[in-house]
Ligand binder design. Structure first.
Ligand SMILES: Cc1cc2nc3c(=O)[nH]c(=O)nc-3n(C[C@H](O)[C@H](O)[C@H](O)COP(=O)(O)OP(=O)(O)OC[C@H]3O[C@@H](n4cnc5c(N)ncnc54)[C@H](O)[C@@H]3O)c2cc1C
Ligand code: HEM
Length: 409
């Protein structure tokens, strides 16, 4: 059979090497509805909730973000319907990510029916029997890949963890460091992030980097910046107190140290983007690698370099570590680039999207190979570990999309 096959019977989905006609039909449908995607997704959710009122409780009260994400995700999948390895990776992560929402295998058919109902209505000009059959096959394969990945992970990992706030330390008027104790071991790699739900905004999940390498006492640390009008970040910074209980999804992210090489590390952390960089430095220290590590840490002003003292302490302990604080008018990426060349380094970038995007370009210009550059910026990470998309920025976009300059240590 052409195109995506299997699924529905518990077997692992497979794709043939040839581009399947299904991909053409599915893309044609999405092209047809793309200009009216808001209308189609609203209708899709209306159908879903009218026919299955019990499913409404799984979703947040405000649905705007999710609307965009579901459609964007379908577009991503449709674009790559003939790329088996991509789909297996992408949909596997998506399926595993759905466990924390309380999604079960039995929920998928209802979503599929609502989706096809919405497409049939709004893609009427190109909708026919063949197109519908192609969508049934595609959705079956998509959902079975997600279901299988979730089931596989469910065999040895909880869907979510309870995490009690055991310490809450304000560092600046809008940045706090939270220490969490989970109700079960939380295995992760230094440089990864978690997904978090607070009791004040039920079913609203946000990503936060884990700010230390795994610790013997199992505690987790987060650095959170309250963004203007931000729901979750403001609650975490201004409302959370020791004793409050949060929920965490599984760890994710590709910004991890490759211990198979002894290449030096070049790290750029802007604002709270320094959090995963701290974890990477601790990881190198624990492995006793003695690899050269240069950390460029940037923020708008010196008071915003809230973690500088801790980094400078690490620098005094470890001769292989150099910390370069950056503030002001020149730009964190520019400052790092000017200190190069960085040929042969493994590079890690974390911070506001503008900084990360600019940083990737600068570091490539400074001799870093593209495959050695790691970051978890949603838009650019198609196919990599990471969130599907996210409104707003990563790590306090307002903190560092301004240029900055190196300050004396
Ligand atoms: C992989 C990853 C790791 C992350 N790690 C961290 C971390 O370690 N620490 C951390 O503090 N954040 C981190 N973030 C960002 C975090 O996930 C949230 O996006 C952020 O806390 C805002 O959520 P909110 O609910 O408070 O704001 P929302 O309610 O989502 O947004 C409210 C308003 O603020 C705007 N807004 C959203 N984000 C920003 C921003 N950053 N700056 C200015 N305006 C904004 C929105 O457009 C909206 O208008 C990370 C994001 C990703 C994708
Ligand atoms: C083809 C199948 C599906 C696709 C492509 C899909 C896609 C997505 C995407 C991209 C997100 C954004 C957040 C994330 O990446 O985790 C999301 C969130 C979510 N999905 Fe799905 N999904 C599918 C099936 C389902 C099903 C069957 C349910 C259960 C009814 C479901 C319930 C949810 C919920 C509750 C959220 C969180 C909402 C929010 O945070 O705003 N999804 N989905």
């Amino acid at each position: 059979m052409d195109g995506p096959t299997g699924a529905g019977d518990g077997t692992v989905a497979r794709w043939t090497a040839e581009p399947p006609p299904d991909a053409v039909l599915v893309r044609r449908t999405l092209d047809e509805v793309a200009p009216i995607s808001d209308t189609v997704t609203s209708y899709f959710y209306a159908l879903l909730f009218v026919r299955n009122p019990d499913l409404r409780a799984l979703f947040p009260a405000a649905m705007d973000v999710q609307r965009d994400l579901l459609f964007a995700s379908l577009l991503t999948v449709a674009e790559r319907l003939d790329d088996g390895p991509f789909l297996t990776g992408y949909l596997g992560r998506l399926g595993r990510g759905h466990r924390k929402y309380g999604v079960e295998a039995a929920h998928y058919p209802a979503v599929g029916e609502a989706l096809l109902g919405a497409l049939a209505r709004y893609a009427g000009r190109v909708w026919d029997g063949k197109t519908e059959a192609a969508w049934v096959r595609a959705y079956t394969t998509i959902s079975q890949t997600m279901i299988d990945a979730a089931a596989e992970e469910g065999r040895n990992s909880p869907a979510r963890w309870l995490a009690e706030v055991v310490a809450h330390e304000p560092r600046t008027p809008d940045v706090a460091v939270l220490t969490l104790r989970t109700d079960a071991p939380y295995p992760f790699l230094a440089g990864q992030y978690t997904t978090l739900e607070t009791p004040w905004w039920p079913r609203i999940w946000r990503h936060y980097s884990l700010a230390s390498a795994p610790r013997p006492d199992g505690l987790l640390t987060l650095h959170v910046k309250a963004v203007p009008a931000g729901w979750v970040s403001r609650a975490l910074v201004h409302r959370a107190r020791p004793g409050d209980v949060l929920r965490l999804g599984p760890p994710a992210g590709s910004m991890t140290v490759d211990h198979a090489t002894d290449a030096g590390l070049l790290c750029l952390g802007g604002g709270t983007g320094i959090a995963p960089i701290r974890a990477l430095v601790e990881d190198v220290a624990e492995h006793g690698d003695r690899r050269r590590v240069d950390v460029f840490y940037g923020a708008r002003g010196e008071p915003d370099l809230y973690d500088l003292d801790a980094l400078l302490r690490l620098q005094r302990t470890f001769p292989w570590l150099s910390v370069h604080p950056v503030t002001g008018a020149r730009g964190l990426p520019a400052a790092a680039g000017a200190a190069g060349p960085w040929t042969g380094r493994d590079a890690y970038l974390s911070g506001p999207p503008g900084m990360v995007r600019q940083g990737v370009g600068v570091l490539r210009g400074a001799g870093v190979s593209p495959e050695r550059i790691r970051h978890d910026l949603p838009a650019e990470r198609a196919g990599a570990e990471g969130p599907s998309a996210e409104v707003g920025g990563v790590h306090g976009a307002d903190a560092l999309d301004v240029p900055v300059e190196i300050v004396a240590q």
